[in-house]
Design a protein around this ligand. Structure first.
Ligand code: BG6
Length: 479
């Protein structure tokens, strides 16, 4: 069947993480508090993410905060990177915690200790020939910007983000060539808290507030793209989108139209602005019908038009099935959104539906629309792992999941889609973004750390570690 040798030479195989989910050391090295530091662990986190009126305070009497210590990568990065190298990683996608560099977000000078930490990380990666891919902002806005300015609600944070990005480009020029601006920028459409750093005033004003915040991020992202191209001419910078194809639950044309509209708003507005440099035509009607009146200042649209991205990075975990006739029953869980249960798909322990074909569909849809290289920077299975008596961790379920998704990428490449690379999410176990749990594990590397905070932090190789090592060694020929 599939000729997996279609994975091109130089395909960027690797893994992905985010600072707030693995570093720990939340108050070390001069770091300021950030958004992730105030989100508690456990399933309660998801309710907070959905809430309007969250107060952004730490409450240790009520909650636990597993990401305050994470998996202590801040102190153990050398050991972790050595394991990535052993798997043969060509690349490693990671994020920089903005509040390690500008603890409050609005200082005039960056925090040297924070900059030096990432210097050490990049040097360690290069020691093994691993190419870093850096997310500038991954759900970890400095808390003080949230409290003082209301996060991305305010235009005033645009220059602060641009200054932060420029600081990174100047410092890491020569060490980092691949960048992306905002992680899953479109996730805000469902839940603004994580990426925009504010909780909307109420349900009625949510869309207005969200799209205004997104507009500020679009301008900031374009200005960062401009700076990146100027400061590091050899660099490539992308946007990052949470992609989920939307299926209609039946062939009623009205439901198909609805699925199309969902897809336009969720999947395409952010991509169109970043790649085509303009708001798509359908936004005119969408904004009008939802009473969204954007404050777009003079020059904003020119900036967006002139500084478009080089590639699209996407996360892919699942598809979404929609039927808009009420009373359509069974809904399933998902990261940031729910959908109707799709009878053709199985789901993970967390209810996320598993749909490798959806990844092939996504890559085709994105490439048909944009014709720019695509980079799958997140994909993986959150699952409970068990350690056997002999110490082994036989995560065949994870291998099956990854195999089918990588196969789907191979098929998309054969379809003619240009894919730059694949970085499996949570290549080492880390704290979940949506539930703040440790027990939702994605890694090839097990970390002895548990939801209640206990554990030795010892790292262990799972069966999938050796499997992925071979996938990389054979450039995807042996899955
Ligand atoms: C993506 C995020 O939404 O999904 C990651 O970019 C996150 O930060 C990943 O960890 C998996 O989600 P979760 O909730 O299982 O950690």
């Amino acid at each position: 069947r599939l000729n997996t040798s279609q994975f091109p030479e130089g395909f960027l195989w690797g893994g992905a993480t985010a600072a707030n989910q693995l570093e720990g050391a939340y108050n070390e090295g001069g770091k300021g508090l950030n958004l992730a530091d105030v989100l508690p662990g456990g399933k309660v986190r998801m309710n907070i993410i959905k809430e309007t009126g969250f107060n952004f305070e730490i409450d240790k009497e009520l909650y636990t905060y597993p990401n305050h210590d994470g998996i202590d990568h801040y102190h153990r990065y050398k050991e972790d990177i050595a394991l990535f190298a052993e798997m043969g990683f060509k690349t490693y996608r990671m994020s920089i915690a903005w509040s390690r560099i500008f603890p409050n977000g609005d200082e005039t000078e960056p925090n040297e200790e924070g900059l030096a930490f990432y210097d050490r990380v990049f040097d360690e990666l290069h020691k093994y020939g691993i190419e870093p891919v850096v997310t500038i902002s991954h759900y970890e806005m400095p808390l003080s910007l949230i409290k003082k300015y209301g996060g991305w609600r305010s235009r005033e944070v645009i220059p602060m983000f641009v200054k932060y990005a420029e600081t990174l480009f100047k410092r890491y020029k020569g060490k980092v060539n691949y960048w992306m601006t905002f992680n899953e920028i479109n996730s805000a459409v469902f839940h603004p808290i994580m990426s925009l750093g504010f909780s909307p005033d109420n349900e009625e004003s949510k869309l207005q507030e969200t799209f205004q915040g997104l507009h500020h991020q679009f301008v900031a992202s374009s200005l960062a793209t401009k700076a990146c191209h100027e400061i590091i001419p050899s660099s490539q910078i992308g946007c990052m989108i949470l992609y989920a194809p939307v299926y209609s639950g039946d062939c009623n044309p009205n439901n198909i139209l609805n699925a199309l509209k969902e897809e336009q708003v969720f999947n395409y507005i952010c991509g169109d602005v970043h790649v085509r440099g303009e708001y798509p035509a359908f936004t005119k009607r969408f904004f009008k019908e939802n009473d969204i009146k954007l404050d777009i200042r003079e020059g904003d649209l020119d900036i967006i038009k002139e500084h478009t991205v080089d590639y699209i990075a996407l996360s892919y975990y699942m598809s979404r099935t929609e039927v808009k006739d009420e009373g359509d029953g069974d809904y399933t869980a998902g990261n940031f959104f729910t959908g109707m249960r799709n009878p053709f798909l199985k789901a993970s322990d967390w209810g996320w539906e598993i749909d490798p074909v959806g990844l092939r569909i996504s890559l085709n849809q994105l490439y048909d629309r944009y014709q720019v290289p695509l980079f799958v920077v997140e994909n993986g299975l959150g699952a409970y792992d068990t350690i056997e008596e002999d110490g082994s961790i036989n995560d065949d379920y994870r291998i099956d999941y990854l195999r089918e998704h990588i196969r789907a990428i191979g098929e998309a490449i054969e379809d003619g889609v240009e894919v730059m690379g694949y970085t499996a999410w949570g290549c080492i176990d880390l704290v979940s973004a949506s539930t703040g749990e440790m027990s939702k594990r994605y890694g090839f590397i097990y970390v002895d750390k548990h939801d209640d905070g206990s554990g030795t932090l010892e790292r262990k190789k799972k069966k999938s570690f050796y499997w992925y090592q071979n996938v990389i060694a054979t450039n995807g020929n042996q899955l």
